[in-house]
Each structure stands twice: as structure tokens, then as C-alpha cells.
Design a protein around this ligand. Sequence first.
Ligand code: ZN
Length: 389
Amino acid sequence: MTATLITGICELSTCDPSQGDGSPLGIVRDAAVVVAGERVVWVGEALAAPATDDCIDLGGKAVVPGFVDSHTHLVFAGDRAAEFDARMGGEPYTGGGISTTVAATRAASREELRAHTRSLVAEMRTLGTTTVEIKSGYGLTVADEARILEVAREFTDETTFLGAHVVPAEYADDRAAYVDLVCGEMLRACAPRAHWIDVFCDTGAFDEAETRRVLSAGVAMGLGVRLHGNQLEHGPGVRLAVEFSAASVDHCTHLTDDDVAALAASDVVATLLPGSDFSTRAPYANGRRLLDAGVTVAIATDCNPGSSYVTSMPLCIALAVRETGLTPAEALYAATRGGAKALRRDDVGHLAVGAYADFAVLDAPSHLHLAYRPGSALVAQSWRRGTRT
Ligand SMILES: [Zn+2]
């Protein structure tokens, strides 16, 4: 197998504290990485690098692990720019606009959904994202949810069944029948195409008893648990996530001290979605409070056409630093290793021997620039599975 030395790295953030300076980012200065096939086979100071077949000299750029975007809703049709415009004009976000996307998604062909998803994934790749989770949730019929997951599967193994996104209009008068459908025929059709199950457990979506039923049914079908919780108001989301040993509970804006303590005592990752708070002009989650309590924090985009039409992890890093109280180092870790933990993955989100060779080359001398220069196109190269994409 051909080994390629990538050198000329002025600052390498490995996100592996056993390497480099011993900080959580495991920073190695004047570094090099050797890639063979899809994996990293050597990491260290460039002067100590082994001989290889090929060599690429980056000429003094910072390198960070590829971003792990652990929360997106990428398979959809249409946009909701008019809803965004109204919201910026003063109307509150309620989640009710999801039905607009459901109608457009049901009406779209599979090829239209595939092409749109492909364009969003490509856009993410140019911004340094190398692992992406994709949820269903804009079909809300057995056939449409299964179709969305089939499209999502073409782009990632990290697919999530979110039939319990909202109750569709045709079930407005019989919520229980919709929950029955989600837990029964829809789950049976979707489970073979999904790795995870998720519920939008919040005001206007699904309550505690409904969430409990859906998660239990998903677990019985062998799916891992993740949850939307505590976004719009305080609710049972975090408590249920801990009870179900979820990989992650996402949003986490409205938390009590008991919620924070429960998270800290668990393996549940708290995933912050600052692009959503930004795009809905909502209060930001308090990332500082979570980290200080010992909670593992991730950052993701929540890319969706309603509340966060954001594909950029660098923007989310900058927002997490500016608005949720994280340091630039904490935000980078949350966007890489934190995202990997939120997906229970140990092969992505860091750069160490054996990990996938997924990384972003920054047109900057340091990872600090991700938060320091919001909005700038800093990702010069994106590498995934050992190949520049
Ligand atoms: Zn979401």
C-alpha cells in the first residue's frame, strides 16, 4: 500500500490528548502525518517522519481533524426563506413550518432528493466536514420515511429514523394513531435503513409518554438512541436521554441544575446546535455551564431548511465560542471528537494511528482562526478516507 507523507503542517490539532502538547487538542507543531490507504499510520514532528513513497508539503498550514456533523436533516425538498424572512420580521419560531417541508419532500422525486442531498454534502465537504449524520423526518408516511432513509444511506452510515419529528396534518385529530404508526409499520420499514432513532421531544412536538413509547420501540428493533430535547422550553428530553442511555441529546438550551448533573453523571453527549439558535434568533445553550459540570459537549449544524439552513461547521464553531461560552480549543474539540462521541465513533474526529485519514487543511497558521475569522473561507483542502476531496 502506498504511504503518503503530508508535511509542512505548522500546527496539527490531533484532538487526541495523548499526543503533542498533552492538551485536549493534542497539538503538535511543525508536524507531519503519514497516510496509507484510508487510515493514518504515523503522526509526529516532521523532523522524525519516516521515509515514504510520496510527499505532499503544505508549506506551513494548520491541520485539524475533519469535522463530525452529528445532527442534520439533509434530505428534503424546497426551502423556507419566506418563513425566515417573517421570523426576522418578528414572528416567533414554533416548528410549525415543518409541514411545508413535508409537503415539498413528499412531492419530490427520489432523484430530486438525491441530487439536492448530494449538493449539500458536497458543500459540507468543502467546509471541512468529513462525517455527517442524516435524519429522516420530512416524509412522515411509511413509504416517504423509508425513501428518505434510502437516499440518506447513499451518503452516510449514520442514518437516523425521525418519524417522530412532528405529527403530520392528516393525524392532527388522532395523535395516538400516528404514534402507533411510527412504533409499528413505519419503524419496521425504516429500522433496516437506520442506525439510530430520534424523537423531537419538545413543546408542539412529542410529549414524554409519546417519546418513551417511540424510543422503546426503536430500542427493541436494535436502534441506538438520540434525542431532540430542551430546545424550545424546559422539558423531559434530557431526563429521558439519560434514562435511555442515549448517545446524545441535542439542543440543550433550557436545562435545570438536575439536568446538568444527570448529564455529567452519564455517557450522554450534549450536542449544541448554535446555527439553529442563530437562525431562529433564540437564546443560545450555555456550553460553559455544561463543560464546567463535566458534560461531554458536541457541536453540530442541525442543517435543515427551517430553523438552521447552515452547512458550515466553522460558523458553528465561531458561534459556539462567541455565544455559548466555549474557548476556541473547546469548540474545535466539540466539533470533531465531541461529534464522534455523539455518534459513539472512535475512528473519526481525531488524528492518531488507526483513525481514518479525515482532515481539513486550513489556510491559517492556527485552529484559533476558525473562531477568530468567522465567515472567512479558511478550509483550503478537505481530505476524507485518505483522499483529497
Ligand atoms: Zn434537528
